[in-house]
Design a protein around this ligand. Structure first.
Ligand code: CA
Length: 234
């Protein structure tokens, strides 16, 4: 599954090295040289993960990490700090600022990829290829197949991403704007009612096995996927 990763690193050679490796691994890469540039990019598209250098010109990586954690929209985005500092104290400061992990320079591309995979598995399971099961509903990201009670359901690509996100984030209410950020990513020109259209299609796709009952409309708030509701096949 393609993941959008924002690389914030002021040293051009390191930024290039990281970006090339991420692109090669199939990720979409956004690049920034400082915190200000990063924030402009984030306003346009919410990344799935941020690689954040500690020492940046202007606002430091730590300052930016704290800022991202205090903002509702960016609070959940996993952050891996890149740091030349190796002392225990600095690592703790990074984690306290809200980073999910840190990696000390110099690092091998292989180590970086392993860290990214581990953080995504922990923080953003909808971006990994792990099979998700809720009751008798099963979704396989690797084969793009959804089955209910063992029956293969026909589902469009956007509805698939929406269902994957829902199944890995059950019981929480998400607003239309949050779903656009999480499922569509680049939503600058997408209207909120688009979400309603795809929710309708998703319900229709799950209807044959009665699994549409998992999706609840929460008036004035948005949508929720509940794992608790009993499924009544039609
Ligand atoms: Ca730097």
């Amino acid at each position: 599954m393609s993941t959008t990763i924002l690389v914030i690193e002021d040293e051009p050679a390191i930024q290039e090295l990281i970006s090339v490796n991420l692109s090669y691994a199939g990720h979409k890469v956004l690049r920034a040289f400082d915190a200000e540039q990063a924030q402009t990019l984030i306003r346009a598209e919410l990344p799935d993960l941020i690689l954040l250098d500690w020492m940046l010109p202007g606002a430091s990586g730590i300052t930016l990490a704290k800022k991202l954690r205090s903002d509702d929209r960016t609070r959940q985005v996993p952050i891996i700090m890149l740091t030349a500092k190796g002392s225990e104290h600095d690592k703790i400061e990074g984690l306290e600022a809200g980073a999910d992990d840190y990696i000390t320079k110099p690092f091998s591309p292989k180590e970086l990829m392993a860290r990214i995979k581990a953080v995504l598995r922990r923080r953003a399971p909808q971006l990994t290829d792990d099979i998700v099961k809720i009751g008798t509903l099963s979704l396989d990201p690797a084969t793009h197949r959804v089955t209910g009670d063992g029956v293969t359901l026909t589902i469009g690509p956007t509805e698939f991403r929406l269902l994957h996100f829902f199944m890995t984030h059950t019981e929480r209410v998400f607003s239309r704007a949050q779903l656009l950020d999480q499922v569509w990513g680049d939503h600058v020109f997408v209207e909120e009612r688009t979400v309603d259209v795809h929710i309708r299609r998703l319900r229709k796709a799950l209807e044959p096995t009665g699994h549409d009952s998992h999706i609840e409309t929460v008036r004035g708030a948005g949508y929720r996927f509940t794992a608790q509701k009993p499924v009544h096949p039609n």
